[in-house]
Design a binder for this molecule. Structure first.
Ligand SMILES: Nc1ncnc2c1ncn2[C@@H]1O[C@H](COP(=O)(O)OP(=O)(O)O)[C@@H](O)[C@H]1O
Ligand SMILES: [Mg+2]
Length: 359
């Protein structure tokens, strides 16, 4: 692919904070950015050159958007695969492509794909009815986490089942939608690998952060993770194997459980920049947002070397109403420009550089 020249227009599907931070990074490299999403006045559109307000199934408008852009990417993976096809039909590349989207949109496909390339996950069963749950529960040891195959995020669309008595309520909770039932993983900690793959097939990973979730939502990401380097290396290799197998172009985040013996089970992946990589711009030579833009534009990847120990703290709900007078001098604050702090809503994050990285 001929490198996309600075001054070109980069299109982004999705208008949230990830799109906003991608737009900021793209603009610093000299690009203009157009946002496509159905919402009014979303965080990303407010920093963009142009907002195409349209539904993800409006093929005609997607086609026009595609013609206006040199390359298109996304910050939101749950767009219909037909939208990806409409963009490609207009002759503009969408990175990442339909394969990364189709696999990551469906937890059953995702697990089957990971297992198929030799990346272990929790034991699971595909669920289409409450009868399927009753059959699968004893096979998984009597406890399971029911997750909708599609559209789950931040712990939404999930219900624990600890005995057959819980089945009816859990099935109702998830809206009787197609699901997977997962065996509980007795993890020692959670980490993620942020990985980038360029359109030339070059790959790079960042140091895997340790991630702590509260109420199903990421609370903090910390580097170093505290894990032995060989465990981190094994995690990085899995993420590289995944992006190679998908032919993925751009950044991708692979969430992993670390078992007490140092073994790794993949949980899920997102085919985009990720909340657990928000510390990378402050703590590394190249951050995830710039790297994603480089990757989709056919530029050489930047150096992912970590320069600082760091902690990223999410500002969720009320915590997003930051009183600037309470900030410590070293707090690097990013706010997403959302006007209303609703419970569970990601409003911003603070990154703290804790110390220069030891050799
Ligand atoms: N099989 C499991 N066993 C134990 N904890 C789990 C399991 N699956 C998910 N979790 C916990 O729930 C969190 C959210 O689940 P995840 O599948 O990542 O959904 P989401 O798409 O909402 O991020 C995980 O980060 C982990 O803390
Ligand atoms: Mg997750």
């Amino acid at each position: 692919m001929t490198p996309v020249a600075p001054g070109s227009v980069i299109g982004i599907l999705g208008g949230g904070q990830l799109g906003r931070m991608l737009a900021n990074a793209a603009q610093r490299l000299g690009f203009d950015v157009d946002i496509y999403c159905p919402e009014d006045n979303p965080p990303a559109a407010r920093v963009a050159h142009h907002h195409w307000k349209g539904a993800y199934d409006n093929k005609a408008l997607l086609g026009e958007f595609a013609k206006a852009c040199a390359v298109i990417t996304l910050e939101f993976e749950n767009i219909p695969v037909a939208a990806a096809e409409a963009i490609e039909a207009a002759g503009t590349h969408l990175h990442p492509g339909a394969k990364s989207l189709a696999v990551s949109q469906d937890r059953a496909e995702e697990k089957a794909f990971l297992n198929g390339i030799g990346i272990a996950t929790a034991d699971y069963r595909v669920i289409n009815s409450d009868h399927d749950i009753a059959k699968a529960l004893p096979e998984l040891g009597g406890t399971g986490l029911l997750k909708t195959r599609r559209d789950g995020y931040d712990g939404k669309g999930q219900a624990w089942i600890r005995s057959p008595d819980d089945i009816a309520a859990a099935w109702a909770d998830v809206g009787a939608a197609p699901c997977v039932l997962e065996a509980p993983v007795p993890f020692e900690r959670e980490i993620s690998v942020i990985v980038a793959r360029s359109s030339q097939g070059e790959t790079a990973t960042w140091a895997p952060p340790q991630n702590v979730h509260r109420d199903g939502i990421l609370a903090t990401s910390t580097v170093p993770s505290g894990l032995p380097l060989d465990v981190e290396q094994a995690a990085r290799e899995k993420a590289i194997a995944l992006v190679d197998a998908l032919g993925h172009v751009g950044v991708l985040a692979l969430e992993l459980f670390v078992l007490p013996d140092g073994g790794l089970l993949a949980n899920e992946f997102a085919p985009r920049v990720h909340n657990s990589g928000h510390w990378t711009p402050e703590a590394c030579q190249t951050g995830q947002f710039e790297q994603h833009i480089r990757a989709i534009c056919g530029w050489p990847l930047g150096d992912t070397r970590r320069l600082f120990d760091a902690e990223m703290e999410n500002l969720i709900g009320e915590a997003g109403n930051v009183d600037p007078t309470t900030l410590a001098p070293g707090d690097v604050l990013t706010l997403y420009g959302k006007h209303e702090a609703r419970p569970g809503r990601k409003m911003g994050h603070i990154t703290r550089r804790l110390a220069p990285r030891k050799a």
